[in-house]
Design a protein around this ligand. Sequence first.
Ligand SMILES: Cc1cc2nc3c(=O)[nH]c(=O)nc-3n(C[C@H](O)[C@H](O)[C@H](O)COP(=O)(O)O)c2cc1C
Length: 197
Amino acid sequence: MKRITVAITGASGAIYALRTVRALLMHRVAVDVVISEFGWMLLRDEAGFEGKQRDFGGFIQELYGVSVDNMALHPLKDLAATLASGSAQSDGMVVVPCSMKTLASIAHGLSRNLIERAADVALKERRTLIIVPRETPMNLIQLRNMVAVAEAGAAVVPAMPAFYQKPETFDDLADFVVGRILSLLRIEHDLYPAWEG
Ligand SMILES: Cc1cc2nc3c(=O)[nH]c(=O)nc-3n(C[C@H](O)[C@H](O)[C@H](O)COP(=O)(O)O)c2cc1C
């Protein structure tokens, strides 16, 4: 069974995170979730997550009707979690959506919380690290931070949906980006029809 870490930070686009977790669970992938403080806020403001108990598993189950047996939620501050060590099994990590702040931290190897540390570990272990930045417009520092993580081995997948597949819902739009993420993780999917020329 593949094991993927999904980090959710405080950039707009909580739907990308939720649809990513849904798609991974539906493909029988074990998912380790870490959510930043602003990530929780955006889940509340954009997705209606009533976060007092922080029962993220219950929320996903209710929203999509998928089993969350293979999902684990890790506290942001738990730098002793398995995700913080290169010796633990992991088949990759996705930061979705990725704020410019967390992008900057990853680009500069700060490792101050479990998201930043797990990304640092993914890079040093040469594992797939997918960064899904969301900001517009972008300044030169932000662009340079994207170059830095790409040079270090990460895949930069901007939250930038396409329209040629004729999306009808927000979920369709988000699933275009989620499909690109799954493709990079080498997970076959049918989240959007393949372009046939
Ligand atoms: C409603 C709201 C929307 C935001 N959207 C973005 C965004 O799209 N991109 C971004 O880089 N930061 C955005 N921010 C700012 C980040 O949340 C802020 O920089 C925060 O410190 C990020 O912390 P984190 O990376 O630990 O989640 C937003 C903040 C709020 C309150």
